[in-house]
Design a protein around this ligand. Structure first.
Ligand SMILES: C[S@@+](CC[C@H](N)C(=O)[O-])C[C@H]1O[C@@H](n2cnc3c(N)ncnc32)[C@H](O)[C@@H]1O
Length: 455
């Protein structure tokens, strides 16, 4: 839901409709609608007038209304707004409907405004009522816990449950995380390859269980690109990340297609044999016991359904071996390394060393976000015990410069650094790994890989 903040993600690609509370439609600003600077659409305002609007970043309408102009949410305006959102024309609108309003803090009836907004959010998000059929337990709206989470479902037993195993990175700092990590493009290609390799006929409109969706950027969006007519049950333990997705879904009129459900991936609340596909991008390595999520996906899938995960593997150890070597040699070279890269490499060495192996009983894992690096053997054994018919692990890249690419991504996502953060002599150590293995061996030595499980 736009709150006056310009947001690239909320930029409507199609004409939109908006209901404007407490402000003349003609004075509405593009930023009120979450439009970064330009847009076309219709704004409904007091008196049920509809105003066609078209903005460019320079157009006069984008200027701020005169100072001191404040909204006056009178009983009459309130009633009118409630009437507008109930009209069939608005309810049936499929064109990016927005609700916009004057600043809640400067409005003279903030509580009224908030409850109107909440009522509106519940109503629009309740379009995905179908999600109830996919759960064995009743689902409740998380608004019961906090109105910021309105429209996000949760299985009743999860209400008020402690969130074990995730840190503030995914909770209070969800916005920062959402903006920092986005790899949607290469994940579209990886997922596409995974579905091809599974050899299963691609259904036009599958029901997808996405496990650990976060804000959706890297898992749900690539899947939506590949399956535009799919329905998604987007699950995550973080209501804050799901709230970002939920706002986007409402803004893009996708809330009937995407149901956000706050739940622990290690618990199974799903209706057996009800999903066509299960996906999880970078989720299993966050779980104390990933086998529970792999089993829950198995039970939730229909016969012949497939589960696709993308996860880090112990091949990362080769990269941290090179990092250790680089760190040891750093003081003896005249070409210096960016201090942020030094910091990142040190952190990676500690992190990777802590995550090796399958014993996660130490209490520290409850407080670490990243807990695992997988091995092919672990994945194959777990999947076979659960009953999957086949398991494939595909290395993300077997290219001649696969390790160099991994390190480049690591520098970029870890500290927003470019390749020049490392001098040539340091890259030489990374290139040595690349030059030491054939493509065949690189496919065995997985650093990051896609796991494809066939039920
Ligand atoms: C690395 S993020 C990946 C998010 C998303 N799939 C993506 O690729 O952008 C890991 C996600 O796992 C979620 N998570 C961690 N532990 C979880 C648990 N026990 N149950 C469900 N989600 C969990 C986090 O909240 C976070 O959204």
């Amino acid at each position: 839901m736009p709150t006056g903040r310009a947001d690239e993600d909320a930029r409507p690609s199609e004409p939109f409709e908006a209901v404007c509370i407490g402000r003349e439609p003609g004075l509405i600003l593009p930023t009120d609608l979450g439009v970064a600077g330009a847009g076309v659409g219709t704004v409904h305002g007091p008196g049920l007038r509809s105003t066609p609007v078209k903005w460019t970043p320079q157009s006069p309408e984008t200027k701020k209304p005169p100072e001191g102009r404040r909204s006056d949410v009178s009983k009459a305006v309130e009633a009118e707004m409630s009437a507008i959102v109930k009209t069939p024309a608005f309810q049936q609108s499929t064109r990016n409907p927005f609700l916009c309003y004057d600043s809640v803090s400067t409005c003279d009836k903030p509580q009224t405004m908030r409850s109107l907004l909440d009522a509106f959010r519940v109503k629009r998000s309740s379009k995905a009522e179908w999600v109830r059929d996919f759960f064995t337990t009743p689902l409740v709206d998380l608004a019961a816990e906090d109105s910021r989470y309105t429209g996000i479902w949760t299985p009743e037993p999860e209400l008020g449950a402690e969130k074990v195993g995730i840190s503030e990175q995914f909770l209070a700092n969800a916005e920062i995380y959402h903006h920092r990590y986005s790899h949607a493009n290469y994940l579209v290609n990886l997922l596409e390859k995974a579905f091809e390799s599974a050899g299963s006929a691609r259904q036009a409109s599958p029901v997808v269980l996405d496990i650990g969706t976060g804000s959706g950027k890297n898992s749900l969006f690539p899947m939506l690109h590949l399956f535009p007519d799919a329905r998604f049950v987007a699950t995550d333990l973080s209501p804050d990340l799901l709230a970002i997705l939920q706002h986007y879904a409402v803004a893009q009129s996708l809330s009937d297609q995407i149901a956000c459900v706050c739940a622990d991936a290690m618990k199974n609340y799903f209706m057996p044999a009800s999903f066509d596909v299960a996906t999880g991008i970078a989720i299993l390595h966050h779980l104390l016991d990933p086998s529970l999520a792999i089993k829950a996906a198995f039970d939730a899938l229909k016969d012949d359904g497939i589960a696709v995960f993308y996860e880090p593997f112990e091949g990362f150890g080769l990269i941290t071996m090179a990092y250790e070597r680089i760190l040891e040699e750093a003081s003896s070279h005249s070409e210096a390394i960016d201090p942020l890269a030094i910091d990142l490499m040190r952190a990676m060495v500690t992190d990777i060393n802590a995550r090796r192996g399958t014993d996660k009983s130490d209490v520290r894992f409850r407080y670490m976000d990243d807990k695992w690096l997988f091995t092919r053997t672990y994945v194959e054994d777990v999947a076979a015990k659960i009953g999957y018919r086949s398991t494939k692990v595909i290395a993300q890249s077997t290219a001649a410069d696969a390790f160099r690419r991994h390190v480049e991504r690591n520098l970029q996502t870890g500290r927003e650094l470019g390749p020049d953060a490392l001098p040539d002599w340091a890259w030489h150590h990374i290139d040595k790994i690349d030059n030491s293995f054939s493509a065949e061996m690189k496919s065995d030595l997985v650093v990051s890989g896609v796991i494809i499980l066939q039920k």
